[in-house]
Design a protein around this ligand. Structure first.
Ligand code: XMP
Length: 319
């Protein structure tokens, strides 16, 4: 893609001019945006960049391993991988309010990130995969000027606290352009094409209290759902698809026995920027097959429902 090749060259020059001989630190979330930003910056300034991946234990199945593998082995980019899952789950114990969850995760993320940054002697710049819609989001919610619908989790607050300047090479791009740039930079398709994933991770897909057991069930159900979507060739048509684990048990019957297990909600939407979205119209056969697979393959689930709410009035995530 010609435009992206030109953009890549331009941004590399800009990053070099901005950073000089300074040190840059970049937080990886496991998502496309921060990965593309990191690879681009690494191309510009090499080992002046250190990446930090704070693993909050709220990632999807095998996701943490994929991030580490991509950076360390595929690109050979210096990466600090912090497994902070015990700390996050510990602090989230008993927390059920969505905003308290988000704020707890955001605060801990900053604390852990700061500790790691200290280990390498700090940095002059903080790199972020901020996109154009992120830049305008704060002013463009439908609820009016100052209505916070959800506190977005990012590393906001860190730059001032740590006295760092921001490097945000993707600020002018939309998601589809970031994907093009990622391909241009040679990121594997499985990474580039991946659906967006929120900073607070599975915590906001597990309404009510979060426990390790619930997260395990959710991870497995989500993996079966995504596998079904990929097998049917639907993954790239969908903006985002994921499972939600409801904090409710319902009665079912399996074999000759009564069951009393959790309900899984399935969500899939089409969208161009996440600001508005339509629920995806699967055919019923697909949904039925997926429900059967989830119930057969995931212990602890005996009922599956599909979310037919668009945004607005629903948000994409459930919390
Ligand atoms: P909602 O649920 O507000 O989500 O309709 C819109 C898009 O934003 C993602 N999302 C987040 N992304 N940090 C993020 O980086 C967050 O805290 C966060 N909350 C929601 C969501 O997955 C969807 O793509």
């Amino acid at each position: 893609d010609w435009t992206m090749r030109a953009f890549r060259e331009e941004e590399i020059a800009k990053i070099r001019a901005q950073v000089g001989k300074g040190r840059v630190i970049c937080g990886l979330s496991g998502g496309v945006d921060s990965a593309v930003a990191a690879v681009l910056i690494h191309e510009a300034i090499g080992d002046q960049l250190t990446c930090v991946f704070v693993d909050h234990g709220l990632m999807r199945l095998n996701e943490a391993e994929q991030v580490v593998d991509l950076f360390r082995h595929h690109y050979n980019i210096p990466l600090m991988h912090v497994d902070a899952s015990k700390q996050f789950l510990g602090e989230l114990e008993g927390v059920t309010d969505p905003e308290v969850k988000r704020k707890t995760i955001g605060r801990l993320f900053i604390e852990v990130f700061e500790q790691e940054a200290k280990k390498i002697g700090g940095a002059d710049f903080l790199a972020q995969g901020t996109l154009y819609p992120d830049v305008i989001e704060s002013v463009s919610f439908t609820g009016g000027p100052s209505v916070t619908i959800k506190s977005h989790h990012n590393v906001g607050g860190l730059p001032e606290r740590m006295n760092m300047k921001l490097v945000e090479p993707l600020r002018e791009l939309f998601k589809d352009e970031v994907r093009k740039l990622g391909r241009e930079l040679g990121l594997p398709e499985i990474f580039v094409g991946r659906h967006p994933f929120p900073g607070p991770g599975l915590a906001i897909r597990c309404p009510g209290e979060i426990t390790g057991d619930k997260l395990d069930i959710l991870r497995k159900a989500d993996a079966v759902y995504i596998d079904q979507i990929r097998k049917h060739g639907l993954y790239d048509e969908i903006w985002q698809a994921f499972a939600v684990l409801l904090p409710v048990k319902t009665v079912g019957v399996m074999g000759d026995g009564r069951t009393y297990d959790y309900v899984v909600g399935l969500r899939a939407v089409t969208s161009t920027d996440g600001m508005t979205a339509d629920f995806y119209q699967f055919d019923m056969k697909f949904l039925g097959e997926t429900a059967t697979r989830i119930i057969n393959e995931v212990k602890g689930v005996n009922r599956v429902v599909y979310d037919v709410t668009s945004k607005p009035p629903g948000t994409i995530e459930w919390e």
